[in-house]
Write a protein that binds this ligand. Structure first.
Ligand code: RP5
Length: 185
């Protein structure tokens, strides 16, 4: 997916990252923020990767979300080639469970920042929400949609109720915490 009016670029190191990174695209879509998606690897296509970052500003990108697994150099390589903010999403792609990618992104040397999110789905979703918050600083319509998203999210939790049944809770937990409200059938 690529749009000339894209405000956010979503880049990932491999097609195998798409299952996670599509959460970022879905979240941006729900907030009506146009994005473009590119598969480009810091290790396998280094020149193409650098070119993407170097042309980001002139193409109108305001934030870049970069997802990668393993020795995840992608967000750092992009950050080295553009001032446009880079948000990194570590992907669980190896037997190390994403810890490898998380440390690669979080442990950037001083001077080349990468805003690193959580490993996996939550990270992809939050990268999009953080990009939206950045854009919302100067875009009232995005700000309004973001506020509506937050309100709906809060209401959804409240609608689900705070009470649990004694069966769900377990008698031992209730005895230890008698102030917990429970549903009595
Ligand atoms: C990274 O290596 C990619 O971002 C991916 O998470 C991981 C594995 O890539 P594939 O071997 O599945 O293409 O560069």
């Amino acid at each position: 997916m690529s749009q000339s009016n894209a405000r956010v670029g979503i880049v990932m190191g491999s097609r195998s990252d798409l299952g996670i990174m599509k959460k970022a695209a879905e979240t941006l879509k729900s907030l009506e923020i146009p994005c473009e998606i590119r598969i480009s690897s810091a290790h396998r296509t280094p020149d193409w990767c650098a070119e993407y970052a170097e042309t980001a500003e002139e193409r109108g990108l305001e934030v870049i979300i970069a997802g990668a697994g393993a020795a995840a150099a992608l967000p750092g390589c992009l950050a080295a080639k553009t001032w446009v903010p880079i948000l990194g999403v570590p992907i669980d792609a190896t037997p190390m469970g994403g810890m490898d990618a998380l440390l690669c992104m979080a442990q950037m040397p001083g001077g080349v920042p990468v805003g690193t999110l959580a490993v996996g789905n939550a990270g992809a979703k939050n990268a999009a929400l953080l990009a939206a918050r950045m854009i919302a600083l100067k875009d009232e319509s995005v700000r309004a949609r973001l506020k509506t998203f937050i309100e709906k999210q809060t209401q959804k939790v409240m609608d689900a109720g705070v009470e649990v049944s004694l069966e769900e809770l377990g008698l031992e937990v209730f005895v230890a915490n008698p102030s917990i409200p429970i549903l009595i059938d």
